[in-house]
Design a protein around this ligand. Structure first.
Ligand SMILES: [Zn+2]
Ligand SMILES: [Zn+2]
Length: 839
């Protein structure tokens, strides 16, 4: 089912709000269910026993042969819920009116057929149930019952068996019974001392069944439970022997059932039914092993076999019938040519062209059309010359495997453990909610995430619904998980496709943002990735902002948290990472941050506002040219009061398993803060001589490097000019590269081995804004030459607007060895910082 419109989403939400148990599309979850044991024939059916089951109930998607249904009706006769029921057993029973038991090879269709069916327990909303048989256009009611009577029956359904304490075990546990096909195995004619033999026999069958495809690949779809009831004697009755052999066993197994020698069946089906109900759950036909070495087996309500060498294969064949609804492919049992309508089973056809059932397989690995099957020699065709459904020595044919593979989804949904495990979620913008599930498809399914009618993500068992990207109101998120198994070539009913949905009510944010940082950049897409924490984790980034760029002015402000947005050019899926956030006022002037020590940039009011914990980073559905919304909300552990000083926001990312994620915090780079270029030659010519300068915070800084001897005291002078020149100083080869207009007031002492000096020219006068200026530095070092003179190259600086923000960062970049709380920063970005929303 698709959700093509918003209206449908609203409808779904309304349904969920008013009726918590029912959901759209027949996908049903109730807290409890009833297991009914139906018995009777096509004229009438009665509920023979009923068991309350405490676990959730999922209505299976079934490919039904003979269609029936149980309608659960409300007080006004209104349909509350419908459960499909396979009634073919009862149809076959029609032949019983001839007064004899029909035996076709391995099968006996016993007169007292019993059919287990599960229905959800919907409490007082349902007052009666009705079982209908649909034959073409005709609908016949086979059984009707008040829920009060059913509840009384549940109370009366005594577990007589429990008193005798049969031993219940789960032999193979692959998951919750509500989402597994639960096989139940009983044993008859095993004495207490032969209990180990019972488990050996189960193990032999388990190996046989799960050694075959598709069971091999889909083993995790099944659970196996056993119920062991000790018998007084070993071996089954053999009334066809002279003298007849009579044994005292739990379920009264006998050969020669229905006067067919090899038909081994049980007569105390009532006790067997009760015992089977002790298992955590029962799906399909209960398997019975009879501890006897004489070859035999028969299947009706129970699949019974001896425990000799062919026993496991007999049971695997029987499982093909009960689980796969497959037909026998052998051609004995009935005479003449088949002339009925197309059989309901997948593996036989009355169509001699084969087009009705398996056209896509013809010609593949010997699949074609072979006359003989379904107990007839003629008029019916099977897919392959041999198959387990024809003789016990053969493997299952491709057509049978396809059908069995589809049936694997009759009781199992490939979407398990949906999280959150609620159908209706409420979320405040711009929070995100992480939706996820476990994928049961062997090798992984083809996964699609939809919001309404938009495909938002392909692949991935989790999806982060970022509410900021959606309007307030109801949204339906639906995940579809499709099994693309090579076993299946035709799946018109979409049985291999599982889905799950959540309805999410998005509410508008209650905490209105204080503003966007840096101020005035709200709508600006930086397209400048600022990424270490989020991209090259583990990493750490400090963002330094001058007070004039804070959105809250000079006074005090209380901050609840901050929000980040990804770079608009990015799209990526979700991930999780450990993060910590520290904040303080700036401990250094904004124009001279420490690129060597994170701690130095913090003021004395440093505090951890978000203690290290795991953050889910939302998926970015698609790249865009305009800014993304603020998809990541980080609420501080407690509200934080800040003064209107320069601010340092410090993000630490600890995740070591994520090297690369395309979730860059959106950043702005103030490219209008000026530019610089170096020109002219140093004197003497040394590559290491350098000049630079920058304009930040309204102030101009220039700096230069000249080599000096470590032991000497040396000084530097600097000047600013308004044009370029090249004036050679007499008696030297050194050039003055700009004629001075301003001198720096007093010589600076050079520091370090390279003779570094820095000149803070202070606030640049307004008339110099947007002009080009030039600067050079002169080093005086008497130990160097007779003049003691050295000159840097010059720097051309274009004065722009202010750019009072920086980022200082360090990251692992693949080595995974960076420690955000200990290691030093590696880089300083001038004029660049992430865009935050403060709230
Ligand atoms: Zn069979
Ligand atoms: Zn077959």
């Amino acid at each position: 089912m698709r959700f093509p419109s918003f209206a449908l989403s609203l409808l779904a939400a309304t349904l969920l709000l008013t009726a918590s148990a029912i959901s759209q599309g027949g996908d049903f979850v109730a807290k409890r269910c009833f297991q009914l044991i139906l018995s009777g024939n096509t004229d009438a059916v009665q509920v023979q026993a009923a068991y309350a089951r405490p676990w959730p109930y999922f209505a299976p998607k079934r490919e039904l042969g003979t269609r029936g249904r149980i309608d659960l009706l409300g007080a006004d006769g209104r349909l509350v819920y419908r459960v499909p029921v396979e009634l073919s057993h009862f149809n076959l029973h029609r032949d019983q009116r001839k007064g004899q038991v029909l035996v076709f090879g391995d099968h006996v269709h016993v007169p007292d057929i019993e059919l287990p069916v599960k229905i959800p327990d919907l409490g007082s909303r349902v007052v009666s149930l009705r079982l209908d048989l649909r034959e073409g256009l005709r609908t016949r009611t086979l059984c009707q019952m008040q829920m009060t009577d059913l509840r009384r029956l549940v109370q009366q359904t005594t577990f007589a068996a429990a008193l005798a304490a049969p031993k219940v075990k789960t032999i193979m546990n692959n998951g919750p019974v509500a989402n597994r096909y639960d096989i139940v195995i009983l044993g008859d004619a095993y004495q207490a001392k032969e209990e180990a033999r019972f488990y050996q026999d189960i193990d032999k069958w388990k190996k046989d069944l799960f050694g075959r495809e598709p069971f091999k690949s889909y083993q995790k779809f099944f659970n196996i439970h056993s119920v062991f009831r000790a018998s007084a004697e070993s071996g089954a009755d053999q009334p066809d022997k002279t003298p007849p052999i009579v044994k005292n066993t739990a379920y009264d197994a006998t050969y020669h059932y229905g006067k067919t020698a090899r038909c081994l069946y049980i007569r105390n089906t009532k006790l067997a039914t009760q015992d089977a109900a002790l298992a955590p759950d029962v799906e399909g036909r209960v398997v019975v092993f009879v501890n006897d070495s004489r070859y035999g087996g028969c299947a009706g309500t129970f699949a019974v076999s001896y425990n000799g060498s062919s026993g496991p294969r007999v049971q695997s064949h029987e499982f093909g019938h009960s689980f796969g609804r497959l037909a026998d492919e052998y051609s004995y049992g009935r005479s003449g040519t088949y002339s009925g309508r197309e059989p309901r089973q997948a593996n036989i056809t009355a169509d001699s062209t084969g087009k009705t059932k398996w056209p896509l397989w013809i010609g593949y690995k010997g699949v074609g059309l072979f006359q003989g099957g379904g107990y007839y020699k003629a008029g019916i065709w099977r897919p392959k010359s041999n198959c387990l459904m024809r003789s016990l020595g053969a493997p299952l044919c491709e057509v049978c495997v396809e059908q069995l593979c589809k049936q694997c989804y009759s009781a199992v949904k490939a979407i398990e453990h949906p999280q959150p495990n609620k159908a209706l979620l409420q979320i405040m913008q711009p929070n995100l909610v992480q939706l996820s599930f476990s994928d049961l498809v062997p090798g992984g399914g083809e996964i699609e995430w939809w919001v309404g009618s938009t495909l938002v993500q392909k692949g991935g068992t989790s999806f982060a619904f970022a509410s900021a990207a959606f309007s307030p109101g109801y949204h339906t998120v639906r995940v579809v998980n499709k099994d693309k198994s090579a076993f299946v070539r035709s799946d018109p009913k979409g049985l291999l496709s599982s889905d799950h949905f959540w309805v999410i009510q998005v509410k508008a944010a209650s905490s209105t943002p204080i503003g966007t940082l840096p101020k005035g950049m709200a709508k600006r897409e930086g397209n400048t990735r600022q990424d270490p924490v989020f991209h090259n984790s583990p990493g750490r980034v400090q963002y330094l902002y001058l007070r004039s760029l804070l959105p809250y002015g000079p006074g005090n402000v209380t901050l609840q948290g901050l929000r980040l947005r990804p770079d608009a050019g990015m799209a990526c899926s979700t991930w999780k990472a450990d993060c910590e956030i520290r904040m303080s006022s700036l401990g250094v002037p904004v124009d001279s941050p420490s690129a060597a020590d994170f701690a130095k940039n913090h003021g004395s009011d440093l505090r951890v506002v978000f203690k290290r914990k795991t953050l889910v980073w939302p998926a970015v559905p698609k790249a865009s040219a305009t800014p993304h919304p603020f998809l990541q909300q980080i609420k501080f552990d407690a509200p934080q009061r800040f003064s209107g000083k320069d601010l340092c926001i410090d993000l630490l990312g600890f995740e070591k398993n994520i090297a690369q994620h395309a979730w860059y915090a959106d950043a702005v780079k103030r490219i209008d803060h000026g530019s610089k270029s170096i020109y002219g030659k140093a004197c003497p010519i040394q590559a290491s001589y350098d000049a630079s300068g920058y304009y930040v915070g309204g102030k101009l800084i220039t700096q230069g490097y000249t080599r000096q001897a470590a032991s000497t005291t040396s000084f530097a002078l600097a000047w600013i000019g308004l044009q370029k020149t090249q004036f050679t100083l007499p008696g030297t080869s050194c050039s003055v590269l700009t004629p001075p207009v301003f001198y720096y007031g007093r010589p600076q002492r050079m520091t370090g081995n390279n003779g570094f000096a820095k000149f803070d020219w202070g606030v640049v006068p307004l008339w110099l804004r947007h002009q080009k200026i030039y600067s050079q530095m002169l080093g005086l070092d008497p130990s160097y030459n007779s003049f003691g003179l050295r000159l840097t190259p010059a720097v051309e600086i274009r004065i722009g607007a202010d750019a009072e923000m920086h980022s200082v960062y360090g990251f692992a970049s693949g080595s995974q060895s960076f420690d955000p709380s200990k290691d030093k920063p590696q880089q300083l970005e001038r004029g660049t910082a992430a865009i935050f929303e403060l709230f």
